[in-house]
Design a protein around this ligand. Structure first.
Ligand code: FAQ
Length: 315
């Protein structure tokens, strides 16, 4: 009887746009869905530092280097807010990281592609951060309070990231012929993986319906992908470059751009661990975690010392 009432209160809150907070009753499946999505999101931010980190030492100027360092540092911050927000659901950061390292938790497919030239940093900012913003702005209205609040700051920072990426590509496309070619090549390689970031088509997405009913997701994968394509199809004109899709064409009836077929075979391969850089990314994460062990131990010992000192002062 009690669970029934609690279930009704929960659904009533969802329907009235009242946030669910950590101390509130929630269905077990709602909690599990959030842990899955939020931890995958946090892992994506942390693994997502790797492709860009690769270019910090080779950025073409001191200014670009400083901007890139700040961006990569922001991604670390996003990962930490998201791990903290997920911890309110009764799971520890250690458990989540353990799941990632054991291959039991996913991270975004996009970070399994290599960054071959400096223009890739522009393409990541414009396209990858652009796709991330399209997906994440609606998450600021997610029904779970800690996730929604974490997303507000994250989105502000992602917006800066997207603009810096566009600025890199704009500079290259207005540079020498070789620079323009490099920018076009990066867009050609990152375009299709970026639109795969939104996940499978709605009819192949097992989680979308329930997550929409619970207002965790506010738009479906296909709705967000279409919005993103519509925006990029216009922005690429400002760059005086093109998107690598011959079928990309404005459809006046639909008031959207039509686009070509997505290679779902490639998507499945990358998600299942067989993308160009999956092994490299996981090896780098696991190595960094092992090498950081002494830092975690020292921080814990320091925190314990401070706690004892405070207890003595009170006694
Ligand atoms: N990659 O039923 P759905 C960023 C999985 S952050 C890998 O549609 P859902 C910032 C999905 O998890 C980018 N796996 O699932 C940055 C599920 O697997 P499971 C990350 C994917 O959850 C920028 C299965 O397929 N953003 O870029 C992908 O309803 C630059 C079935 O899929 C977020 O995580 C994929 N692309 O919808 C950092 C945003 N797509 O768990 C550095 C939050 C789907 O059953 C540099 N997450 N899968 O084994 C979401 O909005 C959702 O979780 C979706 C997937 C839309 C990603």
């Amino acid at each position: 009887m009690q669970a029934f009432d609690e279930g009704k209160i929960f659904l009533d809150k969802i329907s009235r746009e009242i946030k669910i907070e950590p101390q509130d009753w929630m269905p077990e499946q709602y909690r599990k869905t959030l842990i899955r999505q939020m931890s995958q999101h946090a892992h994506s931010e942390i693994v997502g530092m790797l492709p860009e980190g690769n270019w910090i030492t080779r950025a073409p100027s001191l200014k670009r280097k400083a901007i890139l360092i700040a961006k990569v540092q922001d991604e670390a911050g996003h990962g930490l807010y998201l791990y903290s927000a997920a911890e309110t659901l009764n799971i520890t950061r250690e458990e989540m990281i353990g799941q990632l390292h054991a291959g039991k938790a996913k991270y975004s497919s996009i970070f399994n592609y290599p960054t071959l030239t400096w223009a890739d940093i522009g393409a990541i900012g414009w396209l990858v951060d652009g796709a991330a913003i399209m997906n994440q702005v609606p998450l600021c209205r997610c029904s779970y309070g800690p996730y929604a609040r974490a997303m507000i700051r994250i989105c502000k920072e992602e917006s800066f990231h997207q603009r810096q990426g566009f600025d890199i590509l704009f500079t290259l496309s207005n540079g020498t012929g070789a620079q323009k070619k490099m920018a076009q090549d990066a867009i050609n390689r990152w375009w299709w993986p970026s639109i795969m970031m939104f996940g499978p088509n709605d009819d192949a997405s097992p989680h979308t319906k329930q997550s929409m009913d619970w207002k965790i997701k506010r738009f479906t994968n296909d709705e967000l992908r279409q919005k993103f394509i519509d925006v990029c199809a216009e922005q690429v004109k400002v760059l005086r470059l093109t998107l690598p899709d011959e079928k990309l064409k404005w459809n006046d009836e639909r008031k959207h751009y039509d686009f070509g077929d997505i290679d779902w075979e490639e998507f499945r391969n990358v998600v299942n661990g067989n993308g160009p850089c999956n092994k490299e990314r996981m090896d780098a994460r696991i190595r960094a975690h092992k090498e950081g062990e002494w830092v975690r131990e020292a921080a814990a010992a320091h925190a314990e010392k401070i706690k004892l000192r405070q207890q003595k002062a009170v006694a």
